[in-house]
Design a protein around this ligand. Sequence first.
Ligand code: GLN
Length: 497
Amino acid sequence: MSDWLELDAVAWRARATQGGAALCAGVDASLAAIASLDGQVQAFAVNLADSARERARALAQRLDAGEIPGPLFGVPIALKANMCLEGVETHCGSKLLKGYAPPYSATFVQRVIDAGAIPVGMTHMDEFAMGSSSENSAYETPRNPWDLSRTPGGSSGGSAAAVASCMVPLALGSDTGGSVRQPASFCGLFGLKPSYGRVSRYGLVAFGSSLDAVSPLARSVRDIEQLLFVISGADPRDATCCDLPALEPGSGDPPEATSLRIGVPAEYFGAGIEQGVRETALAALAELKKLGAELVPVDLPHTSYAIPTYYVVATAEASSNLARFDGVAFGQRASGDGSLQGMFAATREAGFGEEVKRRVLLGTYVLSAGYHDKWYGRAQRVRTLLRQDFERAFEKVDLIAGPTSPTTAFRLGERNSDPLAMYQADACTVPTSLAGLPAMSLPVGFTAAADGTQLPVGLQLIAPALEEARILRLAALLERATGAGSQRPPLAAGEFS
Ligand code: GLN
């Protein structure tokens, strides 16, 4: 349909800034791809075609009048449905927030818009970002563009599906325990969870406040770097956001793999990791070695405690954060027996889905008087041990590498009835979330599913806190050396002219 769709965001901006007409043609190409593909992919919950065209026309005029274009000028972007964009429905995949439109935009959304990006839609997700397949939703389930019968991952599945199918070059998701890295891995994309505090959370609907990270998804390393540059930096509206300048693209160490020591934790290659995933990840490590990096075995001995710890900390924080959804200030209300308590209960009973209720119950339990220290207090202490594992490993190595997800994309419906099997999807991503470290999934190859379908595999690179630049340098090197991430699913390729 259009050769625009093949471009990454950096190339897109370069072409769009040639003139107003080009800029509008680019946005039209993205909107046409959404019109043609989204019936199958179901990435978008809210279509912003009208406002996107309007914004494109306004930017085109400014460009033609001589304005110096910002770093994302004219680039279409998808936003996850838990991100506040003034006046646009932000339902978080929940019935409770059906029709809720925030009166303000998130800091990171405003920064993306100020940089010239054009939001074209809000994407489907697991309700309140709780899940690993995007199926825990009161709305449509997004599909994996590599195989429409499989999940794109979750909870940012819609954002990942939108980028992988080339409907947009760029998207934002949120990663609390892996919700951007795992979808990136399942869809053959780059997805970076920045260090905790690198990006303001103001305007991201809170799930686990000590874990949530606004995270970019893209088809090239340089796009991730640009988007991170735009959204990062201090924000007086978020006291947990680091008081640091935005991360400049191209900053950090020069791309010299020869000086790098890469830690390989046995815990990330053991039981539970699918053979095809293990082999593809090991092949990527061999590639890094060929580029001159030194592979060093490291121990992360508390790794097996990460999932239970995460599911205490994250549910505790969620139960507290979700208390605000009581029918008073936000979204839908059910009247119940007419009393105030009855209204709260009926609203939450009718508005929340099963997984959200499970988490609220678990979280309330682990925080309750008498059990607080036994569960929540202990989880916090184990969290410290997990962080110390990484600190010790980083005394010996510059980066740590392993698979992003134990499996490739699984079939829709396959894990729905077994929450514990779903929680296992996070085995390799929650440790870094608990430790607050930056981690990126990059596409490193494919492996065949049982039915022969070729599915993407992601490698996760982990760095010490605030060392995103280190990850980006190595990812760029691997991207250049192997062409990893350059393949497109047939569904998308059919749209290129
Ligand atoms: N799958 C994890 C969960 O269900 C992580 C979700 C996320 O990162 N938002 O909690």
